[in-house]
Design a protein around this ligand. Structure first.
Ligand code: SF4
Length: 349
């Protein structure tokens, strides 16, 4: 699953595109003026490994709050700008290393030229971010109602302007709520342009629905080598978005964030409560080597063999559980002793 070659850009010192890892980003969920809540969200996001943080900047009244965030944040910031070019200029004055502008609602060419000029002076990366929901009807008309084509036309119009001004520190993104339209638009964009692509499914929804829709859409694109940075857009916390994004990359074997956990679905042969075992072992995953696979299996008849590749595993037995490594049994204990046994084994590695 090799990434398509693209140019690369640097936000602060973080590379996006080319051979750099696919980045996982999110968007702050609280308004900029709630400084304490924002810092707490940034801290949690940093802890889970968020690499780029978009923040809505809807009003010049929030300029001082943005100054504060840029100064305090431990994650590179991308200011999210709609409608008003002055907001983009103010965000760059605040020191934002990247901004996102939406061609769907920012058409003033003079203002865009001013933005490009300041971005060049300050080394700011611009994301051209198009969403199906905010696209002018003229693009749909030109595309004869084809949403994917309409998205591409909107990106194209703004890239032309950037290229006319000799500006290429760009990331591009085209998102729809439809997986099919998003996939088609991004496939076209990858064929047309060398710029890094930010991918995701917009407004994917809540809970299971949003996770499945985002995962399917993002994985389809990544599996074709499309995508240099991802955001899982969920009606959930930003921390959840980052965790799901990391899981997608880990499941595809693109990046490894922690030891992999496999667990059996259980069947009539199960000897132990597998959910309970998973809960006992999950907190320890972060302490194990990232390239490890940990297996939790319901029985010893098939467990150790089914998970014979696992670096560490547990399987239920008639009287408790058995521990194994690469298919070889290394210890046994009763159900009551599991938590302390797991702890001592893991501390011994
Ligand atoms: S490991 Fe045992 S309990 Fe789990 S699915 Fe396989 S046979 Fe069933």
């Amino acid at each position: 699953m090799k990434k398509h070659n693209s140019r690369c850009v640097f936000i602060n010192k973080m590379g996006i595109g080319d051979n750099y890892p696919v980045r996982v980003e999110s968007m702050l969920k609280v308004p900029l003026n709630r400084r304490d809540a924002i810092l707490s969200e940034v801290k949690k996001l940093k802890e889970v490994g968020c690499e780029l943080l978009r923040v809505a900047f809807p009003s010049l009244d929030l300029k001082q709050d943005l100054d504060y965030l840029v100064k305090e944040a431990t994650i590179p910031i991308m200011a999210d700008i709609h409608f008003d070019g002055n907001l983009a200029l103010a965000a760059m004055e605040s020191g934002c290393p990247s901004i996102r502008i939406n061609p769907g609602n920012m058409k003033n060419k003079k203002a865009l030229r001013e933005i490009i000029s300041m971005a060049k002076d300050k080394g700011v990366v611009i994301r051209i971010g198009v969403n199906g929901g905010s696209l002018a009807s003229s693009f749909y008309e030109k595309a004869q109602g084809d949403e994917a084509l309409a998205l591409v036309l909107a990106v194209k119009e703004q890239i032309n302007l950037m290229q006319d001004e000799d500006f290429e520190d760009l990331i591009i993104s085209a998102k729809a709520t439809s997986v099919k339209a998003t996939l088609k638009a991004n496939t076209l964009l990858r064929q047309l342009y060398p710029y890094p692509l930010h991918i995701g499914i917009t407004e994917a929804g809540p809970g299971l629905h949003g996770i499945v829709k985002s995962s399917v859409g993002i994985a389809l694109m990544l599996s074709q080598g499309i995508g240099d940075t991802i955001r899982v857009s969920l009606t959930a916390s930003s921390v959840e978005e980052v965790k799901v994004g990391q899981e997608i990359l880990q499941a595809l074997g693109i990046r490894r964030f922690r030891a992999d956990l496999i667990s059996c679905p259980t069947c009539g042969r199960k000897r132990v409560d597998v959910n309970m075992l998973v809960e006992a072992i999950e907190p320890a995953l972060g302490k194990l080597p990232k390239d490890w696979t940990v297996a939790v299996m319901g029985c010893e008849v098939n467990g150790p063999k089914e998970a014979s590749g696992a670096d560490f595993g547990i399987a239920g037995t008639q009287s408790g559980v058995v521990f194994f490594q690469k298919g070889k049994v290394i210890g046994r204990c009763s159900v009551e002793e599991i938590a302390s046994y797991v702890k001592s084994i893991i501390e011994g590695f």
